[in-house]
Design a protein around this ligand. Structure first.
Ligand code: BGC
Length: 756
């Protein structure tokens, strides 16, 4: 079989599964829907979700309505919390109206797979990190990602996902970056929008979070994010706008932090910010679903209700009795309460959770693993391949595998995105579910999968805890592969982009020193990174190969081995810039990181502080680097393939907003290139010091094959936000359109003239 055929064989099953899932209506209508009980006109599916919601509301009492606007406590999140009747013990539960046939809402965290599965004895697939999946630049892979989550939520009985993080990577040291989709609003919005759409294709309500500017974890419950309105709309808010436009999610979760967006100015918590919730989200983005607070992120009753919050989570401190009193006294109009309830109910109808409630069954771990592997195949990024050390030949004689528990496992990220590992933590097993801030390793063994690829080679493992011993071990092998890791979690940021000094059972391991030592002993050293985000690589010049695997998920080892041996062409391209140093960032230190609470949970005890996001404004990531003339270690959009590509013949159509050009595979193996299109706006905008991603296409090419692609340029990314008009406008003038293989490698340029 040729490498092209192998590549297609691996690429197609997952992708087609995603499309079939979308095309078929999945499960048959439930018995409840077929035998519509008399007197329930809202079960008439020919009516719109809004009409159906209104019909239910005509029958609801005030108490029943009140149940819809708050949660029922911490449920499964706190060991001492009560689990109400009907709750599955996930992150949240909202009481339904059984007498009217309206189910409760069972919500589960599910950023990278379903959380808290272990406590019910369920299996849940660990997917690659969202940041990694975004490196696929493949909307169908992200749809599949959401499809896996929706499928497994349904199997366990949940009807709402609270994943879907789309906060931009303003702060590459943010502990939650692995849950988000990188630094560009078009890429992140498109990827996460498709993820949430995939969830909802399984008739499970989806969510997009954390709205807005929750771009760091340090002091997340007290920090005030400051930014100008134009920059806000062209960066983080644009990411949300694009994701919401694609997915039409049931929920948008407002974030813990405060925001000051100037003008209109004023500082308000995200969950009671009239500008962000009422004006931007509900009016400008036309969001029809409901705004739910992050867990404990509600701060008031009347102000929050009037500012656009629809549902307090997880409890009822503000939206329970106090809201009922406020409605009765007229401080909050009845129409506003009805609007909140309507938004929840119409989302339930729109997503089929009333017509086709979940039917529990055992989640399919085999399909989950295959899907996770398919996504990992497209997520892993080849950063360096000097002397074409990769792909390795199956006739290689010896490989020294070193570090990061690569004999047994791959790493996962922590916090509310934690998925429970099948069989428990593969590295430090203990009975029961995982606990907060435990570093969880999943049983996907790179050593075993690499051995399968080269059955006759001598392939041994060294833990890498002693750099000198690891170097000695590596010296006698033909090839050395060093695995390094960076664990990240909600509730923390890393103080620096440097690879952490990891603590392996009491032994401190300086991972940079480990790579240095091995590279000095073996000239054929390859580094595999399992990181939550970008890291520094002071040793980059000393090694021959670098592969960024992110947190690669339960199929990670298979995917890594397939890429290392060339069964799969690496097609991942960076969804975020890798800086050379912390000093290159807009904030050389994470804002507030020097404040020292006992733990992140105690930040509330400190005085609030500001994160000055106006410093970089809309120039997040590569835009900052270009406009400040800084050269990163690896640029946004970058990634190598096992073949080479040539770009030619760019033409642009100014009225259709398209860029057309040809991509040719000039190498000897099949591969997939991400053809990226950037735009520099006319000088009159004052925003011409940097390029913006405006569109892309993934192009799979046999050796020697050429394809002419026409890339749609998203008009929002060609526009500027005009604060006076409160609208995006397409400025007239000359745009420079650039096409190529990364944000800093664009061999093709053309001018696009937009007339007055
Ligand atoms: C996180 C949310 C999460 C919620 C429920 C919060 O701490 O910020 O992302 O959905 O907890 O677990």
């Amino acid at each position: 079989m040729s490498s092209f055929q192998i590549f297609l064989r691996r690429a197609l099953p997952g992708a087609s599964a995603a499309f079939f899932a979308a095309a078929l209506c999945l499960a048959p209508p439930s018995a409840a829907a077929q035998n519509q009980p008399p007197g329930r006109p809202w079960m008439n599916k020919s009516l719109s979700p809004d009409q159906r919601a209104d019909l239910v509301m005509q029958q609801m009492t005030l108490d029943e309505k009140m149940n819809f606007v708050h949660g029922t406590g911490w449920n499964g999140l706190r060991p001492d919390a009560e689990i109400p009747k009907g709750s599955l013990g996930g992150a949240g539960y909202v009481v339904g109206v059984p007498r009217l046939g309206i189910p409760g809402i069972n919500m589960a965290d599910s950023a990278v797979g379903v959380r808290l599965a272990a406590q019910g004895g369920h299996y849940a697939t660990l997917l690659p990190s969202v940041l990694g999946a975004a490196c696929s630049w493949d909307p169908s892979a992200l749809f599949l990602y959401g499809d896996v989550i929706g499928r497994e939520l349904r199997d366990i009985g949940y009807n709402m996902s609270i994943g879907g993080g789309v906060d931009l990577m303003r702060e590459p040291r943010n502990g939650r970056n692995f849950e988000y989709a990188g630094e560009d609003p078009l890429l992140a919005g498109t990827m996460v929008g498709n993820l949430a759409k995939g969830v909802q294709s399984r008739q499970v309500m989806g969510d997009i979070k954390h709205y807005a500017f929750n771009d760091q974890e340090t002091g997340r419950t007290i920090v005030n994010a400051e930014i100008g309105q134009q920059a806000a709309r062209e960066s983080d808010l644009l990411g949300f706008q694009i994701a919401i436009g694609i997915a039409h999610p049931a929920g948008v979760m407002c974030s813990y932090n405060k925001d000051t967006v100037t003008p209109p100015g004023g500082t308000d918590w995200s969950c009671e910010n009239d500008y962000l919730l009422n004006q931007v989200l509900k009016k400008d983005f036309n969001f029809k679903g409901f705004v739910l607070s992050d867990w404990g992120g509600t701060h008031s009753t009347v102000h929050a209700a009037l500012s656009g919050l629809d549902q307090e989570q997880p409890g009822s401190q503000y939206f329970g009795d106090p809201l009922e009193q406020a409605v009765k006294s007229g401080q909050v109009p009845q129409s506003r309460l009805d609007d909140m309830v309507h938004r929840v109910l119409r989302s339930m109808f729109a997503n089929g959770v009333i017509d086709n409630p979940p039917v529990t069954q055992v989640p399919n771990p085999f399909q989950g693993r295959d899907d996770a592997e398919h996504i990992a195949d497209e997520s892993i990024v080849l950063l360096k391949n000097s002397g074409s050390i990769l792909p390795l030949s199956s006739s290689v004689q010896s490989i020294a595998i070193i570090g990061a528990h690569a004999d047994v496992a791959v790493l996962s990220g922590g916090g509310s995105a934690q998925v429970d590992s099948p069989g428990g933590n593969a590295v430090r097993p203990h009975p029961g579910a995982s606990y907060w801030n435990e570093h969880i390793w999943f049983p996907s063994s790179p050593l075993r999968e690499i051995r399968k690829q080269a059955p006759n080679a001598k392939i041994e493992f060294n833990p890498g805890t002693d750099p000198a011993a690891a170097a000695q071990f590596a010296a006698s092998s033909q090839i050395a592969i060093v695995f390094v890791s960076q664990w990240m979690s909600e509730g923390m940021d890393r103080p620096s982009l440097a690879l952490p000094v990891v603590d392996e059972n009491g032994t401190k391991v300086n991972q940079d020193a480990l790579v240095d030592a091995v590279a000095a002993a073996n000239p054929h050293t390859i580094v595999v990174l399992e990181t939550g985000g970008p890291v520094l690589m002071p040793w980059a010049d000393k090694v021959q190969g670098i592969l960024e695997a992110w947190y690669p998920g339960i199929g990670g080892a298979q995917s890594l081995a397939a890429i290392l041996f060339g069964q799969v062409d690496p097609s991942g391209r960076l969804s975020a810039t890798f800086p050379q140093s912390d000093d290159q960032l807009p904030h050389p230190k994470v804002p507030g990181i020097d404040l020292k609470p006992a733990s992140h949970r105690h930040f509330d005890e400190l005085p609030p502080f500001d994160a000055d996001y106006a410093a970089e404004g809309a120039r997040v990531g590569y835009k900052w680097f270009e406009s400040e003339n800084k050269t990163p270690l690896f640029p946004f959009g970058y990634g190598l393939s096992y073949t080479t590509y040539e770009f030619s013949g760019l033409t642009v159509d100014a009225s259709a907003h398209t860029a057309t050009f040809t991509v040719r595979n000039t190498g000897s193996v099949a591969g997939t290139e991400v053809a990226e299109v950037y735009a520099v706006l006319p000088a009159s905008t004052g925003e011409n010091a940097y390029r913006r991603l405006t569109g892309w296409d993934r192009v799979t090419l046999a050796p020697g094959e050429s394809k002419t692609v026409t890339v749609d340029m998203n008009p929002l990314t060609l526009s500027v936000f005009d604060v006076a008009k409160n609208a995006f406008t397409l400025p007239s003038g000359d745009y420079q359109i650039l096409a190529g293989s990364s944000s800093s490698d664009t061999p093709l340029t053309a001018t696009m003239h937009v007339a007055e």
